[in-house]
Ligand binder design. Structure first.
Ligand SMILES: C[S@@+](CC[C@H](N)C(=O)[O-])C[C@H]1O[C@@H](n2cnc3c(N)ncnc32)[C@H](O)[C@@H]1O
Length: 357
C-alpha cells in the first residue's frame, strides 16, 4: 500500500472517530457504535474498508460528512426494505447483535447493494431539525412581548421548510404550554434557566423562506433521503420529522430556491407596516462564506436603521458560536437595535437554557 493510501486510511479513520464523538454528544449510541466500528475496520486488510476508500470521488467527498453519507446510505437500505440482513441487526434489533454480526451485515450490504449504496453517497447529507422550533418559539414570544404586532416571517436556509410550521406545533416550555394540545408534533425540551416568556397567542401575516437546495420532500425519494439522514436509533426524531413533513405538506408553505444574498434584499425592502418583520435562521448562517456573512449582516443592520415602532425588524438566530454547550439564541430588535442574548440550546433542541434578556 502506498504512503498516500496509508494517509488516506488515517484520514478516513479520523473522520469516523470524530463523527463518533459528535454522535455520542448528541445521544445516538448506535451511530457512535457504527462510526467506531468503521474506524476499527479502516485498515489495510479489510476488503470492505478498502473498497470504500478506493471509490473514485473528488477530494471534497472525504470530509466529516463522509460518515453521515455512509450512515444515511445504510439507513436508506433498511428503510426501503432492500436489505433484510442489515435490517435484522439495525435498530430496533441492534442490541441483540454483536459488533461482528453488525459489521458482517454492513459489509454484505455495502457490497451486495453497491448499485444503491454508492450513488447514494453522492448526495450531500441535508437534514431539517424539527426541535429547533422549540428554540425559536420563546424568541418569537419575546418579540411579540416587545412589539405587540403580528409577524411577517423570512426564514434563511430553511432546508425542507419544516421550521416554517413552528406555529402548528405544541410546546411544553417549563410549566407553560403553547399551541394546541392536539398538535401532531409536541416539543418538550428540558427547560433550564429563567421562566419562559408569557404564553401569548401569536399571529403570522405572511411567511416565506429560502434555501440553496430546498428539499423537495413531496418526491418520495427526496423524503426518504431526508429521513435516512436521521440516525437510525433516534426513533422519536424520525417520527417527529415524518409528522412535521405531513404538516408542512398540508400547509403548503414553499421554500424559494435561492442564495440568502440574492433573496434577502427583496425581503428587507418590503413594506411591513403594522407587523414585526422577523428574519430568522437555525444552523444556516455559518454555511455562508465570510464575505457573504458580512454583507448580509450589513444589509439587515441597514434595514434595521430604517425600522420604526410600527414596522420593527427582528433578527432572531440560533447559530453555533465559539462557546459550549450547544448553540446561541440571539435576537437583535430594531428600532432601538438592542442585541439580546436570549440563551443557548442543544443543536437538536433537547434542552434550552433561557436567560431571556
Ligand atoms: C444545517 S442545514 C439547517 C437547515 C434548517 N435551518 C434546520 O435547522 O434544520 C443548513 C441549510 O442551509 C442551507 N444553506 C447553506 N448556505 C446557504 C445560502 N448561502 N443560501 C441559502 N441557503 C443556504 C443549506 O442548503 C441547508 O439546507
Amino acid at each position: 500500500m502506498s504512503v498516500a493510501d496509508k494517509h488516506m486510511l488515517d484520514q478516513v479513520r479520523e473522520i469516523f472517530l470524530t463523527q463518533a464523538r459528535y454522535c455520542e454528544e448528541l445521544d445516538s449510541p448506535f451511530m457512535t457504535r457504527l462510526c467506531r466500528l468503521f474506524a476499527a475496520h479502516i485498515k489495510e486488510d479489510d476488503a470492505t474498508a478498502s473498497r470504500l476508500i478506493s471509490l473514485p470521488k473528488p477530494p471534497s467527498f472525504w470530509t466529516l460528512a463522509l460518515a453521515l453519507r455512509v450512515a444515511g446510505a445504510l439507513h436508506a437500505l433498511v428503510l426501503t426494505g432492500r436489505c433484510d440482513r442489515l435490517a435484522a441487526v439495525y435498530p430496533p434489533h441492534h442490541d441483540q447483535a454483536s459488533d461482528e454480526q453488525l459489521w458482517d451485515a454492513i459489509s454484505h450490504a455495502m457490497l451486495a447493494h453497491a448499485d444503491f449504496f454508492v450513488p447514494f453517497l453522492d448526495s450531500a447529507p441535508q437534514t431539517n431539525e424539527v426541535r429547533r422550533s422549540a428554540a425559536l418559539l420563546p424568541g418569537f414570544l419575546f418579540i411579540h412581548e416587545q412589539t405587540g404586532l403580528p409577524f411577517v416571517l423570512s426564514e434563511l436556509g430553511a432546508s425542507a421548510g419544516i421550521n416554517q410550521c413552528w406555529d402548528s406545533f405544541g410546546y411544553r416550555l417549563g410549566s407553560t404550554f403553547w399551541g394546541s394540545q392536539d398538535a401532531a408534533v409536541i416539543l418538550e425540551p428540558e427547560w433550564l434557566g429563567e421562566p419562559p416568556p408569557p404564553s401569548l397567542p401569536l399571529t403570522v401575516r405572511e411567511r416565506a423562506a429560502c434555501d440553496l437546495n430546498p428539499i423537495k420532500f413531496t418526491d418520495p425519494n427526496e423524503r426518504l433521503k431526508l429521513l435516512s439522514y436521521i440516525w437510525a436509533d433516534q426513533h422519536d426524531r424520525f417520527t417527529r420529522t415524518d409528522h412535521a413533513l405531513d404538516i408542512l405538506a398540508a400547509k403548503g408553505y414553499a421554500v424559494d430556491k435561492a442564495d440568502i444574498s440574492d433573496w434577502l434584499p427583496a425581503r428587507l425592502s418590503m413594506d411591513t407596516t403594522g407587523a414585526a418583520h422577523v428574519i430568522y435562521h437555525t444552523i444556516a448562517w455559518n454555511y455562508q462564506d465570510a464575505d457573504s456573512r458580512d454583507r448580509n449582516r450589513r444589509l439587515i443592520e441597514e434595514a434595521g436603521a430604517k425600522a420604526t415602532a410600527n414596522a420593527p425588524l427582528a433578527w432572531l438566530r440560533f447559530e453555533a458560536d465559539d462557546q459550549d454547550p450547544g448553540a446561541a439564541l440571539t435576537l437583535t430588535l430594531w428600532p432601538d437595535g438592542q442585541e439580546h442574548h436570549l440563551g443557548r440550546a442543544d443543536y437538536h433542541g433537547r434542552w434550552i437554557q433561557w436567560s431571556g434578556w
